[in-house]
Design a protein around this ligand. Structure first.
Ligand code: HEM
Length: 407
C-alpha cells in the first residue's frame, strides 16, 4: 500500500470508531421475514427454519477445537500441500480436522458431471463479462453488505486487503476453471478450505470488541443466510446482469452455471434445503435476502476505498474514474452512492452508450464500425483486470486465521 492509500485507510479507520455507534441505528440490520419455500431448493423440502439462525454445525466445533489447541501455523503449513481435488487431506493434521476434511470433500449425490463440464466451458466464451462482474460488480457490492463488510474488516485478513482479494479471486478462478471439479482441479480444496476459514472466523470474531460493538446484535458471524446473500451477490447477480446486457446465454448454459454454484454452496457448508433449485427460486430468494440488506456502513466505505486504491495502483490504464464509472454503470447509483463511488459525469454517459454496443458487437449483433473508441479502452482495461485477478493461477494458499484484525 502506498503512503496515500495507507493514510486514507488510517483516516477512515479513525472515523470508524466515531461512526461505530451510529451504525447501530442505521437500517443495516433490516431483513425480511424468511418465507422462501424449501420445496424450491435442491433438497426439495426442508424445515423452513430461517437460515440466519443456522451456522455450520459440522465445521464450527472442529475449527473451534483446532483454534483452542493452538499451533495453527503448523496446520497451515500442512494445508498448503493440499491442492488437488483427488488428493486425500495431508498426513500430519489433527485427526478431527482430517476427518472433517475427508467428509466435507465429498460432492453431493446430486452433483451432475455433465452440467459441471458444461459450466466449465462457459468461462472461455463469456469470461470477460463474468470476470468483470465478479471483480467490479460482486466484489464492490460486498462492501454494501454490512455484515460481510464488518466481518471482513475486523477479521485478520481485513488488515491486508490485497492479499485477501488475491485469495478470494482464487475462488473465482477455481470455480470457472475448465477442471474445477475434476480430479486434477482444485475447487473442492478451495471450497473446503474456505468452509474451514469461515468456521474459524465464527470462533474468532465474537472475541473482537470492535466487531461485537458493530454487529447489530448478531452474536456469531457468517450465518447460512449471510452466505446465501453473498452467493446471490455473485451467481444471481452475474446471471441477471448478463441477461440485462444482452449477452447470449443458452438455457443449458444458464442451468449449468447455476449448477456449479449450487454444488459450490453445498461444498461451502450451505444446507441443501437453502440452495435454490432454479433461477426463478434463486431470484425470489435474492429479492428476499439480498436486496433488503444492502446499506452503507463505515467499514464498507473504508473497504471500497482500499479496493479501488488497489485496482488503481495496478496502473494498467484502469484509471480510478473509469473503474468508478463502470462500477456505477454496473451496480447502479443506489449502490454506487452507498459505497461512496465517485460521480463521473463525463465518463458515465459514455460508458452507458458504449458498453451495450460493445456487447452487441461481441455477441455478433452489430458490425465493427458502430463501436465508439471508449469501448475498446474499457474492454482492454477489463481484460487486463480479469487476467490479473482471475486468470493467473498464482500459488495462493488459503490459510486458517488464528487471530482477528490487529487494532
Ligand atoms: C474468507 C469466499 C461468504 C467473511 C473467505 C475466503 C474465500 C471466501 C475464498 C478465503 C480467502 C481469505 O482467507 O481471505 C466466500 C464465498 C462466500 C463467502 C464464496 C459465499 C458464497 C462470506 C460471508 C462472510 C464472509 C457471508 C461474512 C458475513 C469472510 C471472512 C473471511 C473469509 C471474514 C476470512 C478473512 C481472514 O482471513 O481474516 N471467504 N465467502 N464470507 N470470508 Fe468468505
Amino acid at each position: 500500500m502506498d503512503a496515500i492509500s495507507r493514510r486514507k485507510m488510517l483516516m477512515s479507520g479513525g472515523a470508524l470508531g466515531a461512526l461505530g455507534a451510529l451504525s447501530l441505528a442505521t437500517p443495516a440490520n433490516a431483513r425480511s421475514l424468511w418465507t422462501w419455500a424449501p420445496d424450491t431448493s435442491v433438497a426439495g423440502s426442508g424445515s423452513g427454519v430461517d437460515p440466519q439462525w443456522v451456522w455450520d454445525e459440522e465445521a464450527d466445533p472442529v475449527l473451534a477445537a483446532v483454534l483452542d489447541r493452538g499451533n495453527v501455523a503448523a496446520i497451515n503449513e500442512r494445508l498448503a500441500t493440499w491442492t488437488r481435488n483427488d488428493q486425500a487431506p495431508p498426513a500430519g493434521l489433527p485427526s478431527d480436522l482430517r476427518e472433517f476434511m475427508d467428509y466435507a470433500r465429498q460432492l453431493p449425490s446430486w452433483a451432475d458431471p455433465v452440467k459441471l463440464d458444461r459450466a466449465s466451458r462457459i468461462n472461455s466464451k463469456k469470461g470477460i463479462y463474468i470476470g468483470a462482474l465478479y471483480g467490479l460488480g460482486s466484489g464492490l457490492m460486498s462492501t454494501a453488505i454490512p455484515r460481510e463488510a464488518r466481518a471482513v474488516y475486523y477479521s485478520k485478513g481485513g488488515a491486508d486487503m490485497k492479499d485477501r482479494i488475491a485469495k478470494t479471486a482464487k475462488l473465482g478462478y477455481d470455480i470457472g476453471a475448465t477442471d474445477a471439479y475434476l480430479p486434477q482441479g482444485s475447487m473442492i480444496v478451495t471450497a473446503v478450505k474456505t468452509r474451514m476459514v469461515h468456521a474459524a472466523v465464527r470462533h474468532l470474531l465474537p472475541q473482537s470488541p470492535a466487531w461485537t460493538q458493530t454487529s447489530g446484535g448478531q452474536t456469531i458471524p457468517i450465518s447460512q443466510a449471510d452466505i446465501l446473500v453473498t452467493w446471490h451477490s455473485l451467481a444471481t447477480f452475474v446471471m441477471r446482469k448478463m441477461k440485462e446486457w444482452g449477452v447470449r446465454v443458452s438455457a443449458d448454459d444458464a442451468e449449468a452455471y447455476l449448477h456449479v454454484w449450487q454444488v459450490s454452496a453445498h461444498m461451502l457448508g450451505v444446507r441443501d434445503e437453502y440452495v435454490p433449485a432454479s433461477w426463478d427460486a434463486a431470484n425470489a430468494q435474492s429479492r428476499q435476502i439480498l436486496d433488503p440488506v444492502l446499506a452503507a456502513s463505515p467499514e464498507g466505505k473504508a473497504l471500497t476505498e482500499v479496493l479501488l486504491g488497489i485496482v488503481a495502483q495496478l496502473d494498467l490504464g484502469l484509471t480510478r474514474p473509469l473503474i468508478s464509472a463502470f462500477s456505477r454503470y454496473t451496480l447502479g447509483d443506489r449502490i454506487g452512492n452507498m459505497i461512496g463511488l465517485s460521480q463521473e459525469p463525463i465518463l458515465e454517459p459514455l460508458i452507458a452508450t458504449a458498453w451495450p454496443l460493445l456487447v452487441a458487437f461481441r455477441e455478433g449483433l452489430i458490425p465493427l464500425p458502430a463501436i465508439p473508441a471508449i469501448a475498446w479502452t474499457l474492454e482492454e482495461a477489463l481484460r487486463q483486470f480479469v487476467l490479473l485477478f482471475l486468470n493467473e493461477a498464482q500459488p495462493i494458499a488459503i490459510t486458517i486465521p488464528d487471530m482477528n484484525r490487529p487494532s
